[in-house]
Design a protein around this ligand. Structure first.
Ligand code: FES
Length: 522
């Protein structure tokens, strides 16, 4: 037996847990879900920080076998019912440090470890402590002042200004920062199954064959789903339903994140083993990697419907033309002309909470627990895939550990809902950080050509602009984003003579869609 103490309670753990991470043990065995996971056990996000023998440590990098005789303290230990919150919690809440709160337990435990060592921390020590925790909502850079004030309260040099009204008014924020708030991955249900998709891992290919029989026979595997199992439509998308739920002989792979099959089993480990047993034969197709390649006359066509709609631009999802005034006249009036090409790259949303959902059967339909930025859009797409009326699909909306526009499109929801409907059991689908990076949509990369005409007094009088956005493999919200690239092409300036063309161009890159600012940052 391995013996260690967690929040004052002695744990006797047998050898079968020795290779588990402390993070998994806390969350799955002790149900201490205040400690979060944002990376794939790599110690890069810091959300799982706990205290071990007084020092801040990554719970995802700590094996149970290394804990014999250790004392572990988690965020849950900082909460004493009926007492005012710990000074660190008081100050971070009063200073409005956290938004989604997903990173808060890790950051607070890191700060607590520092204050347990010294109540007079210097700037370097604070910076070193905080730099080990990532916050995507971007509040941590102000947390140094909260730590300094908490230290002063703990030293007795400063009075706490926390009141019982604060406790009442800040109820939700207190739940967030103390890890009590329930995010989707914190939930489990009796008999819950786990599912994970086989990804194409190639950017463009024809599916020659798909054989799931061996995977189906693996221990603990309940079902392996492919396109043949979908009761409704094998398509989804927030504006245009153009993305297959599962690629098959009729639906080519168009980017590395495309799904081919979904393995459903009793444990995540059994599912991962069975995924290796799915036999898939893919015939590579020419890859469109850039906007220029997509617009070349001999480019492969990615979506036949677009080639039929406008054969001269077969890989263009949509083209907007916006004009005002007389562009030639505008340049005649200009004293200076500036003309240049610009480019901006793809950007990943990198919310600290990776995507997850849990679905379960309910009254001839399903309920889907998910943190999402588009629950009614989710319901429409899930019901289409399941072949059910919308009222048979209920979205149980959960808190989100960040979204930034990246949780508007469906991620795991259709997969978990299909698996729940077809197995009759609750099913969790949770993406690792690696899967999230591979599959999730991005901010559009873009090529921009700007020609501005300006007067000597600084006024811009003419703007002739062409913007090509790489909208990736599928439509996502590309149409809305490129419309707004048109609308915001002149930034905040009022320009009398304007001519703007924007194009959303399909490539074999990840789909691109909504992301803070929605077309205007480019
Ligand atoms: Fe830090 Fe959202 S508040 S990740």
């Amino acid at each position: 037996k391995i013996e260690f103490v967690v929040n004052g309670m002695t744990q006797f753990v047998d050898e079968s847990f020795k290779d588990w991470t402390l993070l998994r043990f806390l969350r799955e065995v002790l149900n201490l879900t205040g400690t979060k996971q944002g990376c794939d056990n790599e110690g890069t996000c810091g959300l799982c920080k706990v205290m071990i023998d007084g020092k801040a440590r990554f719970a995802c990098r700590t094996k149970i076998s290394s804990l014999d005789g250790a004392h572990v303290e988690t965020i849950e230990n900082l909460v004493v019912n009926g007492q005012p919150p710990h000074p660190l919690i008081q100050t971070v809440v009063q200073d409005g440090i956290f938004q989604c709160g997903f990173c808060a337990p890790g950051a607070i435990m890191t700060a607590k470890a520092l204050l347990d060592q010294t109540l007079e921390p210097n700037d370097v020590e604070i910076e070193r402590a905080l730099s080990s925790v990532l916050c995507r909502c971007a509040g941590l850079n102000r947390m140094d002042q909260s730590i300094i004030r908490a230290a002063a309260i703990l030293r007795g040099d400063e009075e706490s200004t926390w009141t019982s009204e604060d406790t009442a008014n800040e109820a939700v924020m207190l739940e967030k920062v103390t890890g009590k708030l329930v995010f989707t991955d914190d939930m489990k249900f009796p008999g819950m199954l786990y599912a994970s998709a086989l990804r194409a891992d190639v950017p463009h290919a024809k599916v020659k064959s798909l054989d799931v029989q061996d995977a189906q026979k693996m221990p603990g595997i309940v079902k392996v789903l492919t396109s043949k199992d979908i009761p409704g439509k094998n398509l989804f998308g927030p504006i245009v339903m153009d993305q297959p739920i599962f690629c098959d002989e009729q639906n080519d792979v168009r980017y590395v994140g495309d799904a081919l099959a979904l393995v459903v089993g009793e444990s995540p480990e059994q599912v991962q083993v069975a995924l290796e047993k799915v036999k898939v034969e893919l015939e590579p197709l020419p890859v469109i990697g850039t906007i220029e390649e997509a617009l070349a006359p001999d480019a492969p066509v990615l979506h036949k419907r677009l080639a039929e709609q406008h054969p001269d631009m077969p890989n263009v999802l949509i083209h907007f033309h916006t004009s005002k005034g007389d562009i030639e006249q505008g340049f005649k009036e200009a004293d200076f002309i500036l003309e240049d090409d610009y480019s901006v790259p793809f950007v990943e949303h990198a919310y600290m909470e990776p995507e997850s959902s849990i679905s379960m059967p309910e009254e001839n339909g399903v309920v889907v627990y998910a943190g999402s930025q588009g629950p009614t859009d989710d319901r429409r797409q899930i019901s289409s895939a399941l072949g059910l009326p919308e009222e048979k699909v209920r979205i149980a909306h959960m808190y989100m550990g960040g979204g930034f526009g990246g949780k508007e499109d469906i991620s795991t929801q259709i997969h978990s809902a299909l698996a729940a409907l077809l197995t009759g059991k609750p099913v969790k689908v949770k993406w690792s950080r690696g899967e999230s990076l591979k599959v999730s949509y991005k901010r559009h990369a873009a090529k921009l050509h700007y020609k501005f005409g300006a007067k000597k007094d600084g006024r811009i009088v003419a703007a002739d602009i062409n913007i090509y956005g790489d909208t990736g493999a599928y439509a996502s919200a590309g149409e809305a984003v490129l419309f707004r690239m048109s609308a915001f092409a002149c930034g905040p300036y009022e320009v009398p003579h304007v001519n703007v063309h924007t194009y959303a161009v399909h490539t074999n890159n990840p789909p691109c869609g909504a992301f803070r600012g929605y077309g205007s940052p480019q």
